[in-house]
Design a protein around this ligand. Structure first.
Ligand code: GLA
Length: 386
């Protein structure tokens, strides 16, 4: 943290007023359900981003990324999404939403640093949005609950960045708690922390390192498909979402809905069921059954929702073949990114050995690392005001 303080000081000639930290996440189960009013079961991980902020006397906005050694600037009257601003768009998006709500009246200087692998589906962007929103909230002193702040960060991503993501990533980044996974009902926004006590079982992430070039466009497309399906299923049921239908309803709709759309929606309704079951397995500490549900989830994302890719399928298969693995699946939006695997600690070398051929076959280097269920966003520094 001292490094971040001194970087901010050197960059702006004044130390930060506040530093907020927000974690990335791994989703254990419940994929592509959150924008369908469904259930999810992610956990915050022990990788984070830190955002330092100080107020300015003018109307300028300055952004400095220590890790990218990159600087961006704009002003409050000129807040627009710009492709070339890359990482800074997430901060700009949050400021823009806060400005529209009347919270922001003066300029701000930001310094950012973190260790969440970027662009691999571990929600580094959601963490950046949440840390920014939390730091500014603390600086300006306005009231906002954790779930409200998550919504605001999501809105920044939806309306400013243009990715129509659900609430899961921002919510768990703000509301996560060490040692637990977070069950969220994304319709009522009720949530429960469920203890994850795995003892010798580890949560292993494998980064496929596949560039996720399709992720945003395909993501928005899938979301539109789900909405279309609901309109076709029952044009008169206003406010409905896939959450309100069963697998049976979809089976009965043969001929009414284009086949690809129907298959995709079947994934969503079945995945919702799996999340509920998985949550109860976790409560009973039945890791074997939990792992099987993860495997079913992967198959469904691969065959019905069609958001996996050969590299992720290959990695998941190697995990399934390894003795000591309880479950393995792709995690996050898909089209590259990571897998998550529940594995006995002593089986990890075996699994890693099986990955040796990956680079030869796919020309990407896989990365394997452990993670722990961690706390959500926190304020880690506050300058004493005189
Ligand atoms: C991304 C989105 C989430 C969620 C997942 C898929 O991570 O940001 O809202 O939709 O994809 O489950």
């Amino acid at each position: 943290m001292d490094d971040l303080i001194s970087s901010h000081q050197e960059e702006y000639g004044q130390g930060p007023d506040i530093i907020a930290q927000a974690p990335g996440r791994v989703n254990l189960i419940g994929e592509h359900t959150d924008y369908n009013d469904g259930f999810v079961l992610p956990m915050a991980i022990d990788y984070y981003v830190r955002v330092a902020v100080s107020g300015r006397k003018d109307q300028h906005l300055r952004f400095y990324s220590v890790d990218f050694n990159d600087r961006k600037r704009t002003s409050l009257s000129n807040l627009r999404f710009k492709r070339e601003d890359r990482w800074a768009n997430y901060l700009k998006g949050v400021i823009s939403v806060l400005q529209n709500r009347g919270y922001i009246t003066g300029g701000l200087s930001f310094t950012v640093s973190g260790n969440i692998p970027v662009g691999v589906g571990l929600s580094s962007s959601a963490a950046l949005e949440v840390a920014t929103a939390y730091a500014v909230q603390k600086l300006l002193g306005f009231e906002m609950s954790g779930p409200e702040l998550a919504r605001l960060a999501q809105e920044a991503e939806n309306s400013f960045v243009g990715v129509h993501c659900g609430i899961m990533d921002q919510f768990v980044s703000r509301m996560g708690k060490a040692g637990t996974a977070l069950f969220i009902d994304t319709r009522s926004m009720e949530y429960r922390h469920i203890p994850v006590s795995l003892r010798s079982v580890k949560i292993l992430i494998t980064n496929s390192n596949v560039p996720r070039s399709l992720a945003d466009s395909e993501y928005n497309q899938r979301r539109a498909d789900c909405e279309k399906c609901v309109t076709l299923l029952n044009p008169r049921k206003t406010g409905a979402s896939l959450r309100d239908y069963t697998a049976e309803d979809l089976r009965d709709s043969l001929g009414l809905i284009p086949e690809t759309t129907r298959k995709r929606c079947l994934h969503v309704v079945e995945e919702n069921e799996r999340v509920r079951e998985a949550a109860s397995c976790l409560r009973r500490n039945d890791i074997a059954s939990f792992g099987k549900l993860m495997n079913r989830s992967h198959e469904s994302l691969r065959d019905q929702y069609e958001v996996s890719c050969p590299e992720l399928d290959w990695l998941v298969k190697r995990a399934w073949e390894t003795e000591g693995v309880y479950g393995s699946r792709m995690t996050g939006a898909g089209f590259g990114g990571c897998t998550v695997t529940l594995i006995e600690e002593k089986a990890i070398p075996q699994y890693e050995a099986r990955l040796e051929a990956y680079e030869r076959i796919f020309s990407f280097k896989p990365e394997v690392f452990l993670c722990q269920p961690a706390d959500g966003a926190r304020i880690i520094f506050e300058r004493q005001r005189g």
